[in-house]
Ligand binder design. Structure first.
Ligand SMILES: [Zn+2]
Length: 158
């Protein structure tokens, strides 16, 4: 099933039809859903605003507004994939997404989960391919788990 993100704030002034700007879908088997932009963006551009449901706890798809408030948006930012060299920055105060690099139409939008999360719902291995890949992703305020330490030991031996 394809979920579409509708930028209602920008399009409301022009009334319908609402422009499709993103597609959220699973394109790579077992990798989960990701967000693909239908338009190109230049580095430094404001890509979009977003909104969601405020929760007092984190889930796999929430983003942190502050340590006790988390935002759930299953139409857009909740499915942004992680990269250690992300192409977008998600501002959780202004609820805006900014382009960190030039982004081609059709590209997957990626963020660094440690940029918004103190603690991740679940730490995980990363093979994003970036020269600066950390290989094991945690929140910005948590230690690498025992599982992560074992994973990284195996990684450096390869
Ligand atoms: Zn990585």
């Amino acid at each position: 099933m394809e979920l579409l993100y509708l930028n209602t704030s920008a399009d409301a002034a022009y009334e319908l039809p609402v422009e499709r700007k993103f597609v959220v879908e699973e394109r790579e088997l077992n990798k989960g859903k990701a967000v693909y932009t239908l338009y190109g963006h230049a580095r430094g551009d404001l890509i979009t605003n977003f909104t969601g449901t405020v929760l007092s706890y984190r889930t796999q798809h929430t983003l942190q507004i502050n340590p006790t408030i988390h935002l759930l948006d299953l139409d857009f930012v909740g499915y942004l994939a992680h990269s250690c060299s992300p192409n977008v920055f998600v501002d959780m105060q202004s609820l805006e997404v900014w382009a960190l690099q030039d982004i081609a139409p059709g590209a997957s939008l990626t963020m660094d989960y440690a940029a918004t999360e103190d603690i991740l719902f679940k730490q995980f291995p990363c093979l994003c391919g970036s020269p600066s890949c950390r290989h094991w992703i945690t929140g910005r305020k948590e230690q690498i788990s025992e599982e992560g330490r074992r994973f990284l030991q195996g990684f450096t031996r390869c």
